[in-house]
Structures are given as C-alpha cells and as structure tokens.
Design a binder for this molecule. Structure first.
Ligand code: NAD
Length: 446
C-alpha cells in the first residue's frame, strides 16, 4: 500500500525529480509471505576476536534456510550483514566494526538487514561496559545511512543466553520486521533459556491469545497474524463495535467478546471467560487505546481520565486479576502497545503520552515478576502507522509523520502485529522487558 507521495516517487517524473531535489525516497518494503525465502541473498556473518555468538548464529541462520557466508561475495548483494561484537572489550576494538562493515556497506541488497550483537552493558564492567554501550551509536547511525528499505538493529544477548536469541534473529532478518529500524533489543536479561517451537510456521498452535481493541485497525491485524501463527484468538472490543468485532473474529476463526475493559467488573468477567471457555490464556495483547487530544490548558478532566483509564489503569487491573487467578498460563505473554508519543512526548497529548509512558513502566515493573512464572512482558511503541486514526490527521502533520523517519513512510498495522507475534512466540521466552519501536526509525523520540 503506497501513499500518494510514494506513488509519485515511482512515476517517471518522480524518478527524475526526487534525487535532483534531494527529496525522501521511500522504498517498497519487503514483508513476510509464507513460503518465500527468509532473506533476499546470503547473510555475511563476521565476528570480533573472542566473540561468543558467531558460531551459534551460523547454525541458527542455516537452520532458518539462510545461506551463510564468512567472507564477502564481491559478485553478489548480501541480504544481511551480521556482526558479533561480543568480543569487543575496549574502545580501541570498536575499530572491528569499521573493518567489517566499511568494505561491504555498498553491497547490501534492497531491504537488507544489519544486525550487531553485543553483551548488555549493565552486565559488563570497566572498558568493556563503555565499548558495548558504544555499539548503540553505531547501529542507530547505520540505520540512518542505509537506503532502499534496509534496516539496522542491535541485539544485546546476555551471557549464557547464546542459544536463546534464535526467534529474535529470525524476526529481524525476515520481512516481519520491515518497519522496525534502529532498535536496541535485549535477550536473556531475565531468563536465559528458550526452546524452538515444533513449527516456526505455526509457533502458536494450541495457544489462546486475547487481543483487546480487535475490531479494527492495528488490533484486527494483530488478531489476523496471531491466528496465522496458529493461535485461537479471543477478539475483544466495546459493544458499540460488535458488528466489526464479529467479522474479525469470524475471519480468524476465533471468538468475539464484547466488553468495555474500563468497566469495574471487566477483569473478573475476562478472567472467568478465559478460564471457563479456554482453561486459561497464553498471550494477552493490550491493544485497545484512545486519544482525547487537547493542550493541557484546554483539556477537560474527563478527557484525562478516559485516556488514562483505557490506556493504562484497565490494563494493570486485568494483569493483576489474570495473574492472581492463575489464568495466564506458564510461559505466558503480556504485551503492551505504547507509542513513540510515550517516549518523546507530543503537543496536545499530555494524557496520551502519560498513559503510553506508563505502559513502558508496566513493562519495567513486571518483567522480573513475570520471569519467576516463566512468563514475559514486553511492549511495542508504534510510530506513524497507516490507520483510520492517522488518516484523520491534518495533511501537513500526516506528511511530516510519514517522512521524518529513516524509512520515510508510514508503517502498516501488520508491522506492529508481526512484532507482537515475535514476542508471543514460545521461542521468545528470553525476550522480556523490551520496548521495541515500530516506527521506521522516526526522528521523533530518537
Ligand atoms: P483504533 O482507534 O482504530 O482502535 C482502537 C480500538 O480499541 C477500537 O476498536 C476501540 O473500539 C477499542 N477500544 C477503545 N476503548 C475500549 C474499551 N474501553 N474497551 C475495549 N475496547 C476499546 O486505533 P489504532 O490506530 O488501531 O491503535 C491501536 C493501538 O495502537 C492503540 O493503543 C493506539 O494508542 C496505538 N498506537 C497507534 C498508532 C497509529 O499510528 N495508529 C501509533 C502509536 C500507537
């Protein structure tokens, strides 16, 4: 789905004018389609001396059907460049990054992937801590330099969690991460083990997933993707959305549940419904959200209360109840939907940004607690996503939202949904406490 400006850039006159005027040139993004090769070209895997991940990564990529090279193939474009920087223990060794990437940067294919692997700085001391922290600046800048839909990410893999990063690598190298760019992901900081699902095509087979706000927009896409991955989806929305909700539930072979999550008895109703109908729940996606924008000086108390109630308080109440009743099963997942407004702040959105920053707090607070139950809590923070909500934004702001990002376009609801499906994957049990932006590396909040 190309917006009007994207269509213009692909027209003969656009192809002539865009480079001449130095205008943004949004590339068509490679998105996941079942049956297609995971990567468009071989992955070049390199390592700084003493790296502890390169060998494991070679094996994991090969298992995913990716051709792995240890030396550049001058004649072909690389689909991915993966560099194990865990051996970098002092700043002088950061030169290893330059030596690996510099000669091959021009040979990265369209929608190619750059992934740097490091050790979480908080697990390091002395110069190693400094050097590992420095990787972030490198990756975020590479993300801004890459063209034609290519992306760059940093994955900090905790010591002892070497085998647990497979689901993350598969996600990042595939078209599922099309709109994730310039992100820093931590694997294994709470739990260091993870096991592969029986099938990577349907990792959620036999699982039950609750998706709130599922009647349209991003929520409907989440329902679709989780169902594609094998889950039975309980699609929840307010009674006023009942018609659209049934449609989504039918399309994904799931169930529809009409419920206002802010009502006082919603946590109990939900807990009883999930335990009686399904014997529990494996994945809870808190997607329902509202905006009531006004500058703080002009905002009515009701607008503040409504936003905080839907976007934050109701979610905490539901989590508490599902955990207290033992309804969230072992290896369960709680997934929040924050926003880049919750990271960067936004004019007219004090209520919304407060609630969305609160979702990040919910992740921070819950990660260690959930790990004790073998469960995880993470969130996505979408940037500009093409939905009815953003179609209503005034044109100039809408265009700025799309173009002020490394990928210079809006994302699609499916991009948020795929990121949520990566968290939901049983193989992601070492991915806990993360907030990953799905924003095409938007300048806002960078
Ligand atoms: P949307 O308005 O299209 O969908 C939200 C859904 O939540 C609606 O179906 C609505 O009926 C439901 N909902 C609202 N209040 C509810 C309640 N009390 N109980 C149950 N359901 C309720 O919005 P969207 O654009 O699809 O956004 C989905 C999520 O993504 C929201 O949390 C939003 O804040 C977040 N988000 C969206 C964008 C974007 O660009 N669209 C960017 C950042 C974050």
């Amino acid at each position: 789905m190309a917006d009007r400006y994207q269509q213009f850039t692909r027209s003969p006159i656009g192809r002539f004018l865009v480079p001449k005027l130095g205008l943004p040139s949004p590339a068509p993004l490679r998105r996941y389609r079942r049956g297609e090769p995971p990567l468009d070209g071989p992955a070049l895997v390199g390592s700084a001396p003493g790296g502890r991940l390169a060998k494991v990564v070679d094996d994991q990529l090969a298992a995913a059907g990716i051709e792995v090279l240890s030396l550049p193939d001058g004649g072909r474009r690389h689909g991915a460049l993966v560099f194990d920087a865990t051996g970098v223990t002092e700043p002088a060794q950061l030169r290893e990054l330059y030596d690996f990437f510099h000669p091959v940067m021009r040979g990265i294919g369209p929608c190619g992937r750059v992934v740097v692997l490091g050790t979480p700085p908080e697990q390091c001391e002395g110069t190693e801590r400094v050097a590992q922290r420095a990787l972030e600046g490198f990756v975020r800048s590479v993300g801004k330099e890459l063209r034609r839909g290519a992306t760059a990410q940093l994955v900090y893999v905790a010591r002892g969690a070497e085998e647990a990063a497979e689901s993350t690598l598969r996600f990042l190298l595939s078209g599922k991460s099309a709109f994730v760019d310039g992100q820093v992901i931590r694997v294994g900081t709470h739990t260091s083990t993870a096991s592969a699902p029986e099938s990577w095509e349907t990792p959620l087979a036999g699982k039950v997933a609750l998706v709130t706000g599922a009647s349209r927009g991003i929520g409907a896409a989440i329902a679709e993707v989780l169902a594609r991955d094998g889950a039975h989806v309980v699609a929840l929305d307010i009674p006023a959305q009942g018609g659209d909700l049934s449609k989504v539930a039918n399309e994904v072979g799931g169930s529809a549940l009409q419920l206002d999550i802010t009502s006082a008895d919603a946590p109990r109703t939900l807990s009883e419904y999930l335990s009686q109908r399904h014997g529990g729940v494996d994945v809870v996606v808190h997607n329902a959200g509202i905006t009531r924008d006004k500058t703080l000086a002009n905002m009515a108390a009701g607008a503040w209360d409504a936003v905080l109630s839907v976007n934050l308080a109701s979610q905490l109440a539901v989590n508490d109840r599902l955990l207290a009743d033992g309804v969230l099963r072992d290896n369960g997942r709680i997934i929040g939907v924050s926003s880049i407004a919750g990271i960067a702040g936004n004019v007219g959105q004090t209520n919304y940004a407060t609630s969305k920053a609160g979702v990040i707090g919910m992740v921070d607070e819950g990660a260690a607690r959930l790990a004790e139950r073998g469960a995880t809590i993470n969130a996505v923070a979408p940037g500009f996503i093409e939905t009815k909500m953003t179609a209503a934004v005034p044109l100039v702001i809408r265009e700025a939202g799309r173009r002020m990002a490394s990928l210079s376009q809006g994302g699609l609801p499916v991009d948020v949904a795929e990121t949520i499906a990566w968290y939901a994957n049983p193989a992601s049990s070492a991915v806990n406490g993360n907030v990953v932006r799905v924003c095409g590396q938007a300048l806002l909040g960078a």
